[in-house]
Design a protein around this ligand. Structure first.
Ligand code: AR6
Ligand code: MG
Length: 313
């Protein structure tokens, strides 16, 4: 499928690299700020690799999704499940449910049964949303229905719960909209046109109202009203708000705001950072931070490979 499509022109390449590196940078930057004292202590011990900021499961899974799409040109659930399972390392800070599912898949169990054994209804964590940015880039311009179906399929492997899938669809949709340069009013019109759960609908309406009125809402209010947890419903609207609020601001302001919101800082940051990067591109990311990111050169190369499989919307 991807064989017959033109590869990305330079500007799209920059945005695709920006999106994927935006995920990685915000993830690695945010990891030491996440969790309680125990997590903080652990991250002080293992939080750097060869002197560089270590990224976590958010980045690993995002690049797994991108590699699978680049190779196969579509969402292939079996391929994704095997990639996720092969890449799994406890030291990347995977969610407890996701870790158990991936270890089961690695032992040979099919993803469809493994994911339901851990939580009967599937996980409602934000672990499928945090890897959904490449889905938005790949399916941009192919219509909301196709994009949301793809996001749901990719989520289902580890996050079969409707909330887990919904978070992935929201992040993928917004990624496609900012990547294609939609105006804020077009972004909100497209978000409103899709169907979301009552809780997420209400949070998105709050975010739209705050942004429309250009109200400088304090991080503590964002945390209280939109959420800052590891659940999809309690973090994805927050990430969308943070990204859209900072689209014209420097990336470091987005990072600082995310830290002040608190909670699941690396994953909310990864989602917001990926959306920001899809709009602004690799060239707008802070070079001095990229220089400190683990494996940055390899990640840029992998993002280029992914970009050459994406169509130009
Ligand atoms: N029933 C009860 N609790 C649940 C359910 C459910 N159906 N689903 C989720 N939880 P998990 P993730 C709770 O483990 O979404 C990492 O740092 C349960 O407490 O699927 O992949 C990532 O980077 C479960 O442990 O993880 C993210 O920041 C938790 O939600 C974050 O963790 C998370 O679900 C979540 O990653
Ligand atoms: Mg995380």
């Amino acid at each position: 499928m991807s064989d017959h499509r033109p590869s990305s022109p330079p500007e799209s390449l920059d945005r695709i690299q920006g999106a994927l590196l935006g995920v990685a940078l915000a993830d690695a930057w945010g990891a030491p700020h996440e969790g309680g004292p125990l997590e903080g202590l652990l991250w002080r011990m293992i939080g750097t690799r060869h002197g560089r900021w270590r990224w976590t499961d958010d980045t690993q899974m995002t690049f797994d999704v991108a590699a699978s799409l680049a190779e196969l040109g579509r969402i292939d659930q079996d391929d994704l499940a095997l990639r996720f399972a092969r890449s799994y390392r406890w030291s990347r800070g995977y969610g407890p449910g996701a870790a158990r599912i991936l270890k089961r898949i690695r032992r040979g169990e099919h993803w469809s049964s493994a994911s339901r054994k851990v939580y009967t209804q599937g996980s409602f964590g934000n672990g499928a949303a945090m890897r959904a940015v490449p889905i938005g880039l790949f399916f941009a311009g192919q219509g909301t229905h196709t994009l949301i179906t793809a996001a749901h399929c990719a989520a289902e492997i580890t996050h079969a719960h409707p909330d887990g899938k919904e978070g992935a669809a929201l992040i993928a949709l917004v990624a496609s909209l900012v990547f294609t340069g939609c105006s804020p009013s077009d972004i909100w019109a497209a978000i409103r046109a899709a169907s979301w759960s009552p809780v997420v609908t209400e949070k998105l309406a709050t975010a739209e109202q705050w942004l429309g009125a250009q109200q400088p809402i304090a991080p503590s209010i964002v945390a209280r009203q939109l959420g800052r947890s590891i659940t999809a419903a309690g973090s994805c609207p927050t990430a969308v708000y943070i990204a859209l609020r900072h689209l014209r601001e420097p990336f470091v302001d987005l990072l600082d705001f995310t830290r002040r919101v608190g909670g699941d800082v690396d994953t909310i940051g990864a989602m917001a950072g990926g959306l920001w990067g899809a709009a602004r591109g690799l060239g707008a990311l802070p070079m001095e931070y990229l220089a400190k990111l683990e494996d940055a050169d390899r990640l840029v190369r992998e993002a280029s490979r992914f970009a050459s499989a994406c169509s130009v919307p």
